[in-house]
Write a protein that binds this ligand. Structure first.
Ligand code: SF4
Ligand code: SF4
Length: 373
């Protein structure tokens, strides 16, 4: 398949990995954070870390929107669905994420709440059109990748006068979270594999300030194995040469300035949120968006007076440390025994992009380090 097969060529992967092994400085450590869950998934699926020298370690970051959403935001949605006669629509993964006391949207649905799984924001609009007598709330999550479609849905709802449609907005922003991780220094990161989907929207220039301020290089990387390995080589070279630039390996999809139309759409509907709570990272200023006052009629938090709820993660779950890059999934005592993708106890075991789910699903912890490419 075009754009897939040529990026999965095992011989090329091994040659690139050999180059990395000859170019790394054996006297130092290379800790590379893959910010995006898509890379975490690729690294485990293709066994990329097995091809790397011992002193090069991939550190998992907070890059899955499902993983970074704190349980309290899900708990608030469950409370709303149980208190009001609404239809709550959201994506499949979110329905399985544990909220407080082992609850979840799936369980609330089993108790009788009208919670529906959708594939896109247009599905939520269609449900609102088909049920004019009921309030329909779209539980929206995601990084900059999925924010424009949510903005478009609000714009369409306004044009059509869909007064029974609103959005519970949980869209977060990548650069502020990246800044937070680098400023804390906790994960000792020497380079970053930059997200690819997000970067198609915000462009490569969005990370320049981050790299300069913290003197850490970043390479925007595609999701195929050769993309990840080539980006790793680019990072190793920057680190060796003391550079801290933004480089773009994924130039087949990402430009310097990103998608201007999508950016304009986001700016028309959303504005920065003063503070947003991230699982693992805590409250970060200006790290998320909220619906502008002109569109408050479509803001579920305003319409229903939704309040933030403080909910603790299940005892023993170390998702917060995994998301900050300071622990590995296998450090968790619940990993693979009590917590599995079928019965997730923490958010990182739910989505296939979550670090715990990726590591468990591909059995890398069991294979003893055998690459599949
Ligand atoms: S949506 Fe894409 S860019 Fe965002 S975390 Fe998932 S895989 Fe990465
Ligand atoms: S294995 Fe499960 S309980 Fe442990 S950190 Fe991962 S998601 Fe949380």
């Amino acid at each position: 398949m075009k754009y897939v097969d040529e990026f999965r060529d095992g011989d090329k992967a091994r040659r690139l990995a050999e180059l990395i092994r000859t170019e790394v400085n054996p006297e130092r450590e290379y800790r590379l954070m893959e910010f995006c869950g898509g890379h975490t998934h690729a690294i485990f699926r293709f066994g990329i870390h097995d091809l790397m020298p011992e002193n090069l370690k991939y550190v998992h970051g907070p890059g899955c929107p499902v993983c970074v959403l704190p349980a309290g935001r899900i708990e608030a949605a469950i409370e709303l669905a149980e208190a009001e006669d609404i239809i709550l629509c959201t994506y499949a993964d979110l329905m399985r994420v544990p909220a407080g006391r082992g609850d979840s949207l799936n369980r609330a649905r089993a108790r009788g709440s009208d919670i529906r799984m959708i594939y896109s924001s247009t599905d939520a609009l269609a449900i609102a059109r088909a049920n004019p007598e009921r309030q329909v709330v779209f539980f929206a999550i995601g990084f900059e990748t999925t924010t424009p479609p949510t903005a478009a849905a609000i714009q369409i709802a306004e044009k059509e006068g869909l007064s029974n449609f609103s959005v519970y907005c949980n869209h977060v922003l990548t650069p502020p979270a990246m800044r937070h991780l680098l400023s804390s220094g906790e994960a000792h990161i020497h380079g970053i594999l930059g997200p690819s989907h997000v970067s198609t929207i915000i462009g490569s220039q969005a990370y320049a300030g981050c790299c300069n301020d913290y003197q850490v290089p970043l390479v925007i990387a595609g999701f195929e194995p050769l993309d990840v390995i080539q980006s790793t080589l680019m990072l190793v070279r920057q680190i060796n040469e003391g550079r801290f630039e933004v480089e773009n390996q994924y130039s087949r999809a990402v430009s310097q300035t990103g998608n201007r139309k999508a950016q304009a759409l986001m700016q028309a509907i959303f504005e920065p949120r003063a503070m947003f709570e991230w699982r693992g990272l805590g409250g970060l200023p200006d790290s998320a968006v909220q619906i502008k006052a002109a569109f408050h009629a479509f803001d579920a938090e305003k319409r229903f007076g939704m309040q933030a709820i403080d909910v603790a993660d299940i005892r023993g779950c170390i998702c917060p440390a995994v998301l900050r890059g300071v622990s590995d999934p296998v450090d968790c005592k619940l990993f693979g025994s009590i917590c599995t993708p079928e019965q997730p106890k923490g958010a990182c075991m739910v989505s296939s992009e979550g670090a715990c789910a990726a590591q468990y699903s591909y059995g890398r912890y069991r294979l003893g380090g055998k690459s599949e490419i």
